[in-house]
Write a protein that binds this ligand. Structure first.
Ligand code: FAD
Ligand code: SIN
Length: 554
């Protein structure tokens, strides 16, 4: 077996993997409870989706709003798959979580009346989205959490969660000092999303589904992976690939309109909330209009918004960088991959189905989002569940938490660009059975191809062999780890998307346009004994951990 050469070791009560809103909130909570916490982040302090969040945080407003109303909007957007208990408890936790963030120094925008200013986004029945720096909410959240001074090992990528008979024992990671081991009885995955499965995404380059793959390989169950949210308004430039600038939904919240190349409304008659319908509805309407007109983008007309550059400085800068002035020009936009609604199956405290393994933030499936996330509910979830999961991890104190056998070290992986092309073609805003089958076959073909398929994982960074004090570039190893995570996640996702023979939320099947009552449930997936993703039979979902079965939506 090709086991890694371990060049460094550390010990902790809790290893948090990820330095965005969920990871840092969890790390802070656990530290305050006296746990020895080590946070690993494969990027730098701002290489997170959190940093890019624009619109804001959805929190029940003090006037003209209620927990019931926020719950109702969330559940409607989730089309029957939200877990109502999770939704209520996370929504109820919003005000406290924001207060904790404010205590850390985060500053939110105020209106002329001196009250916190609130905007509206798609699917919300009222103005309840608080924001910072106009459209730079995420940057302010990240700044405040980074300033808390938690110990974070930047440039360290988690490669494998090691488990034993009593659950988690620790993590294998790679840093510029080579492969290492952190012994710990609890690991919390807060690795963010999977946008890099697609050719165009709003997500940063590190959003490569690492947490899904780490959890699956550790024996955890994932669910709702087929629900990938495509944001309707991502800045379009011809041939633009990779991370694309977002044009926040808050721009529509302030009055901008979606129009096609003929100047006609894209959403009129589609939904009573028009351009502010839930995201899946708007993205589908745009995809249909693009097909009908044979074009690749539509436009956002924001010219009537007063003081656009002051209210939306980040978006103004992105537009100006490509020669567009939102005060005078229409902004070309198209949908792009934005958010993973499903993820690692957890309870509302972040406990997965593996004892000692926790998950929070975008990588987790808590039951808040169901088949489609309501705008600005993600930072909310990261804050609330991050805090709860950090607290829950204290229950592992006293467990042994020492890494023993590291185990199998071969991760199949396909060429990233080819994988992104096939996912974009066959698993985008609208899918069908033939396309999904073609994607599975093509992926298997890629995996069998000597140039694009299974390659041995590097077991060491040979440059370090002569001098343990040296450091070296691990970029290539991290690329391999990411490619393997994307590949495994694509397989799990295609499996679930193929099994969901209906249209619901952001999973639209042109060959099954109706929503089916008998599919009003999550589709859980875990790895079979052969290492391949398999559907979990109904009623056989629980494997220990928090001891409950996959929640059925009520
Ligand atoms: P992230 O913030 O993505 O952090 C992930 C962390 O995990 C990073 O530190 C990364 O380096 C690390 N990591 C990943 N893999 C590994 C590994 N193998 N080893 C070590 N570290 C690893 N949501 C809202 O609620 N409101 C908004 O206005 C909003 N706007 C958005 C705008 C954009 C452009 C984007 C992309 C997203 C937006 N979202 C918004 C969604 C929201 O920002 C994210 O869902 C949320 O920030 C995710 O937080 P997280 O902590 O789960 O992950
Ligand atoms: C946006 O500002 O449109 C993004 C908000 C979100 O993803 O929740």
């Amino acid at each position: 077996m090709n086991a890694p050469v371990i060049r460094w070791e550390a010990e902790a009560d809790l290893v948090v993997i990820g330095g965005g809103v969920a990871g840092l909130t969890a790390a802070r909570t656990a530290s305050l409870r006296g746990l020895r916490v080590l946070t690993l982040s494969k990027g730098g302090p701002s290489d997170t989706s959190t940093q890019y969040a624009q619109g804001g945080i959805a929190v029940v407003a003090p006037h003209g709003d209620s927990v019931e109303s926020h719950v109702e909007d969330t559940v409607v957007a989730g089309v029957g798959l939200c877990d109502p208990e999770s939704v209520r408890s996370i929504v109820e936790g919003g005000r406290g979580a924001v207060a904790a963030l404010t205590d850390l120094g985060a500053v939110f925008d105020l209106g002329r009346d001196g009250e916190v200013s609130r905007t509206r986004e798609g699917g919300h029945s009222t103005r309840r989205i608080i924001h910072a720096g106009g459209d730079a909410t995420g940057a302010e959240v990240q700044r405040a959490l980074n300033a808390a001074g938690l110990p974070v090992l930047f440039g360290a990528a988690a490669v494998r969660i090691v488990t034993g008979p009593r659950g988690v024992q620790g993590v294998v990671a790679v840093s510029d000092k080579g492969f290492g081991v952190v012994h710990a009885p609890a690991v919390l995955l807060a690795t963010g999303g999977l946008g890099q499965l697609y050719a165009c995404s709003t997500n940063p380059s590190g959003a490569t589904a690492d947490g899904i793959a780490l959890a699956l390989r550790a024996g955890a169950t994932v669910a709702d992976l087929e629900f990938v949210q495509f944001h309707p308004t991502v800045l379009f430039t011809p041939g633009g690939l990779g991370r694309r600038p977002l044009i926040s939904e808050a721009v529509r919240g302030e009055g901008a309109k979606l129009v096609d190349s003929q100047g006609d409304s894209v959403t009129e008659g589609v939904h009573p909330r028009g351009d502010l319908a839930p995201r899946d509805v708007v993205s589908r309407a745009i995809a249909a209009r693009l097909r009908a007109l044979g074009t690749d983008h539509i436009f956002l007309d924001a010219r009537a918004i007063d003081g656009f550059p002051q209210r939306f400085p980040t978006i103004t800068a992105s537009c100006r960088a490509v020669g567009i002035d939102p005060r005078a020009d229409l902004i070309p936009v198209a949908p792009a991959a934005h958010y993973q609604c499903g993820g690692i199956l957890t309870d509302p405290h972040g406990r997965t189905t593996v004892p000692g393994l926790y998950a929070a933030g975008e990588v987790a499936r808590t039951g808040l989002h169901g088949a489609n996330r309501l705008a600005s509910n993600s930072l909310l979830e990261g804050l609330v569940v991050g805090e709860r999961a950090g607290a829950a991890a204290a229950e592992r104190l006293g467990e042994p938490g020492r890494v023993g056998e590291i185990g199998d070290w071969e991760f199949p992986r396909a060429d990233r660009k080819l994988l992104q092309e096939l996912m974009t073609e066959h698993a985008g805003v609208v899918r069908d059975g033939d396309g999904l089958r073609a994607a599975v076959l093509r992926l298997l073909h890629l995996l069998n191809d000597r140039n694009g398929g299974v390659r041995a994982m590097p077991a060491d960074l040979p440059e370090l062999a002569d001098d343990p004090e040296r450091t070296c570039d691990v970029g290539r190893v991290v690329d391999d780890i990411e490619d393997a995570a994307l590949t495994l996640t694509a397989r799990a996702m295609l499996l679930a998307a193929g099994a969901r023979t209906e249209s619901r939320g952001c999973h639209t099947r042109s060959d099954h346009p109706d929503t089916r009552d008998d599919l009003r449930r999550s589709i859980p997936v875990r790895l079979g004994p052969d290492g391949r993703p398999q559907l979990v039979a109904a009623g056989a979902e629980h494997t220990g951990g928090w001891g409950a079965s996959v929640p059925r939506a009520s």
